[in-house]
Design a protein around this ligand. Structure first.
Ligand code: PGA
Length: 242
């Protein structure tokens, strides 16, 4: 399993349902990673499944956007964590809000997927976050606690899993929480949920090249999960340089 503690900052690109061979060729040609940068960065690219194999580079890790709750057998259309391992995936996003909302994934399935990844020696990137309605009702901390407690199995620890705080109202909307709010929530996740302390916590939701520096400068932010801006190579280059 990849050691995550050696990295200062983590950058995850979630391409969602985007990409093509032409896009991958251009991406591999144009991505710029500055290895002289003192901040040791862990860059994880998560394309759609069929492209995982073609995205070969020594400069970044590969991740998937989801995996099956099943390990093997008669489950047409599913991709297991073992298959992902076979494709050299070291990371896998689990419980993204689009999976939770559009595909009705609940904490129970998410727990199973996280557990499968851990068994396959893949580092799960567990996404948690509140809706705008929950935020307005001051339920954010309660929701995050539930998603973390119900999503992370006891065999996990802070070296085997990354938590991504992604407020649902910030995903793809251009809205982000204030620096103070991100700091408070990351501090809460890192310190106050008993049994789950000191995990690496990255922020996701409308991260772009104009706000990445400010977000990454927050002490409790261990990195960023980038959706829309990760398929614009110029934008992504600026983000990983911040
Ligand atoms: P966004 O997506 O950067 O486009 O808001 C983030 C995500 O979906 O994880």
């Amino acid at each position: 399993m990849q050691e995550i503690k050696e990295f200062n900052k983590i950058f995850v690109a979630n391409w969602k349902l985007n990409g093509s061979f032409a896009f991958i060729n251009a991406f591999l040609r144009d991505i710029k990673i500055d290895f002289t940068n003192q901040n040791k960065a862990c860059i994880i690219i998560c394309p759609p499944y069929p492209y995982v194999k073609d995205l070969k580079s020594e400069n970044f890790f590969k991740g998937a956007q989801d995996c099956s709750i099943y390990s093997k057998g008669a489950f047409t259309g599913e991709i297991s964590s073992e298959i992902l391992k076979d494709l050299d995936c070291n990371f896998c996003i689990i419980g993204h809000s689009e999976r939770r909302n559009l595909f009705n994934e609940e904490n129970k399935q998410i727990y199973q997927k996280v557990s499968n990844c851990l068994n396959s020696k893949i580092i799960p990137i567990l996404c948690v976050g509140e809706t705008l309605e929950q935020k307005k009702k001051y339920q954010t901390k309660e929701i995050l606690t539930e998603q973390i407690k119900k999503g992370i199995p006891s065999e996990s620890n802070n070296e085997k899993l990354i938590i991504a705080y992604e407020p649902i109202w910030a995903i793809g909307t251009g809205l982000t929480p204030s620096v103070e709010d991100i700091d408070e929530i990351h501090n809460f996740i890192k310190k106050d949920i008993s049994g789950f302390e000191n995990y690496k916590v990255i922020y996701g939701g409308s991260v772009n090249s104009s706000n990445s520096k400010k977000i990454l400068a927050i002490g409790n932010v261990d990195g960023v999960l980038v959706g829309g801006a990760s398929i614009n190579i110029e934008e992504f280059n600026k983000i990983i340089a911040s």
